[in-house]
Design a protein around this ligand. Structure first.
Ligand code: FAD
Length: 648
């Protein structure tokens, strides 16, 4: 891969073939790479512009993919033919399914990755994507037209201006995925410098100016941080608890039967804990740590060691020591994100037993950046007040590669569809975690960096990692246009085989005889017979599909490759059937569109002033979205429903 990769890189465009594209994607992070690839798959002539070619697909923080809630997103992105699942299978060096003690619906497929392999895979996929051009460059400004008199408040994006020279490139749609780079500042100790990530300049001020001053978008500021990277050979791993990977790595991608890394080649992770000395160093260095004093919100579920220690004093905190790559000489200490001065960082890590003699390769740092309040977006991730402008990833207030990639894919799809004069497509929260993510962002907004959890999905027993292909690959091909025919054919084969197998199980009848306990000599049988379907038998914990197949080989053996999926289907079927009614209700509400030009203040229905203000501010696209707005009352929804029905 590495050798051929150098050749491939030289094929990147240095001069543009066209000055006019259907879609331009700004930023080559996790959102941007998925957006560009998805737009091209849908059929749009696409340009991806990113500041540095070599950082396209870079993992800015932890080299890992998936986890609880996030693994579900990766499976769904893969089902829609996205890149990150296959990249994870190529780059993974330690695979494990998290949450195994709970049901398979909330299992979290996760892998520790080799940074370089991941980046190289993404880059070579982009290079081999038809209709996609990749350009190294920084986007200085968005080109937008002023609103027309007949469309008040509606700007339209027409392209971009590149920095260093005034090259203009036009496009029908532009997807902005600038991550932590928008007005980004980096923090270590008392030093603050402009930057989007260590070694990378922030996005140009022109871009922020367009969003804030010309488009008048509501923006906010968030922060995050990363731990120091530690020299592996300076660490005594014998003092930490060994965590081996799964013996049989499970690939993320539905197209892969195995991962690139062989089971025995995988690397272990290690677990250790903080000591009271860590808390002491944090407290002693507080006056030298300006990031911690900033009045911005950081990621609650991935906090810095400073925040953890200050919030929960006297506790031991977990620190995972994770490999950075197959041959990397560095370790990533997950849980030790910090922004104190470098010499204090060294003192802190040496308070942890396996790190007593550790050396720091690169100090930890924090980053603060602008984000756009995502309630200003439609469910297609288009800015409601600017035709053709789509936003995805950290710029929308999320944190994490998977959240960024999921939004990127969906924004890319819709940007392409708009450019090709096709109607927008949406994903409902009843059919996917991607739908949950987008719905949460556009209906509820964010007050702190948003990350995915299984608890955010009300229908998680139906939205399982194992069935993402059935939920999304068919729709992705038939309705959306972002899925290849190869993947579609495979999903169809799986769908038909599972349906046949479930029908066969339903047709099998088991009889069981139960002794009747009688306390008198009344007439009647001593035993009664119950019949039960093969499907119901499979729901018992102790029964596996293979056991049933050994009893009925002719009927069940043809489907044995799906034995795990069939077991999961059988177990969840009763619960999913119960949820069906509620899912149908939500889907019905989501098909009731609210006109975007509605004047809520003069609407002749009984709504309080507060509700009118909420509706005017968020402009929900559907009745379903309106029900999920904070501050909406059941009575207001009934009035809105009547109004929608009358105007239909
Ligand atoms: P990014 O991956 O940041 O990619 C943005 C891309 O846009 C870059 O390639 C950049 O070069 C390009 N770009 C920006 N401006 C322009 C421009 N004007 N013109 C052209 N190209 C441009 N996530 C977690 O889940 N947990 C964490 O603890 C965590 N810690 C982090 C710590 C740090 C220091 C950083 C930087 C990130 C951290 N993240 C963390 C976030 C994670 O990296 C992001 O969520 C994810 O990378 C977001 O993907 P993205 O595509 O939105 O943006």
């Amino acid at each position: 891969m590495s050798a051929s990769f150098q050749v491939l890189v030289s094929r990147y465009a240095s001069q543009l073939a066209h000055q006019q594209y259907d879609v331009i994607v700004v930023g080559g992070g996790h959102a941007g790479t998925e957006a560009a690839a998805a737009a091209a798959r849908v059929g749009a002539e696409t340009l991806l512009v990113s500041q540095k070619i070599q950082t396209i697909g870079a993992l800015s923080c932890n080299p890992s993919l998936g986890g609880i809630g996030k693994g579900q997103l990766v499976k769904e992105i893969d089902a829609l033919d996205g890149l990150c699942g296959r990249a994870g299978d190529w780059a993974g060096i330690h695979f494990s399914i998290l949450n195994r003690r709970k049901g398979p619906a909330v299992w979290g497929p996760r892998a520790q990755l080799d940074r370089q392999y991941y980046r190289e895979f993404i880059q070579s996929e982009l290079l081999s994507t038809p209709r996609l051009t990749v350009l190294e460059g920084s986007v200085e400004e968005l080109l937008v037209t002023e609103p027309k008199p007949d469309e008040p408040g509606q700007h339209r994006v027409t392209g971009i201006r590149l920095a260093n020279g005034s090259q203009l490139v036009s496009a029908s749609s532009v997807v902005l995925t600038t991550g932590t780079f928008l007005a980004g500042s980096l923090f270590v100790g008392q030093t603050t410098v402009p930057g989007g990530r260590v070694g990378d300049a922030p996005s140009s001020a022109g871009l922020s100016h367009t969003l804030k001053e010309r488009l008048r978008l509501r923006m906010g500021r968030l922060r995050t941080g990363t731990p120091p990277r530690i020299v592996k050979e300076s660490v005594d791993l014998s003092l930490a608890v060994l965590h081996p990977p799964d013996t049989n790595p499970t690939p993320f991608s539905f197209l892969n039967k195995q991962t690139r890394c062989k089971p025995e080649e995988q690397l272990p992770c290690h677990l250790t804990y903080t000591t009271p000395g860590v808390e002491k160093v944090v407290k002693e260095s507080l006056h030298l740590n300006c990031h911690i004093h900033q009045d911005t919100k950081g990621p609650r579920y991935c906090p810095s060691i400073e925040s953890r220690v200050l919030r929960f004093p006297g506790r031991q905190h977990q620190v995972w020591l994770e490999p950075e790559g197959l041959t990397s000489e560095l370790l990533y200490p997950q849980g030790l994100s910090m922004t104190m001065p470098p010499e204090m960082q060294l003192s802190l890590i040496r308070e942890i037993p396996p790190l007593q003699r550790a050396e720091i390769h690169t100090p930890g740092y924090g980053v603060q950046y602008d984000f756009v309040c995502p309630t200003q977006l439609s469910p297609a991730l288009q800015v409601k007040s600017t035709q053709g402008l789509f936003l995805a990833g950290q710029i929308n207030g999320t944190t994490g590669y998977e959240e960024a990639a999921a939004q990127g894919l969906w924004a890319g799809v819709n940007a392409a569809r708009r450019a090709l004069s096709m109607p927008p497509v949406t994903l409902s929260r009843t059919e996917s975690y991607i739908g949950v993510l987008i719905d949460d962002l556009v209906c509820r907004g964010v007050t702190e960096p948003y990350r995915m959890f299984t608890s955010r999905a009300e229908f998680r027993t139906a939205l399982r990692p194992d069935n993402a292909d059935l939920r999304l690959s068919l729709k992705g091909f038939e309705e959306v246009g972002c899925v290849s025919s190869e993947r579609y054919q495979e999903a169809l084969r799986v769908k038909n085989s599972l349906a046949d197998a479930l029908a066969a199980l339903q047709d099998l009848t088991f009889f069981s005889f139960h002794h009747v306990v009688k306390n008198d000599l009344s007439p009647g049988p001593d035993t009664v017979m119950f019949s039960i379907s093969g499907m119901a038998v499979l729901q018992y914990n102790q029964v596996s599909y293979e056991m049933l197949a050994s009893c009925f080989p002719e009927v069940l053996c043809p489907f044995v490759e799906f034995s795990q999926r069939l077991k999961i289907e059988a177990v969840y079927k009763p619960h999913c059937d119960l949820q069906k009614k509620e899912m149908d209700r939500i889907q019905k509400e989501e098909s009731m569109f609210l006109p975007q030009d509605i004047d809520y203040f003069s609407l002749p229905v009984s709504l309080s002033q507060e509700v009118r203000e909420i509706l005017d501010r968020f402009r929900p696209s559907t009745l379903g979205a309106a029900t999920r707005l904070q501050g909406m009352t059941p009575a207001a929804i009934v009035h809105l429903l009547k109004y929608v029905k009358q105007t239909k």
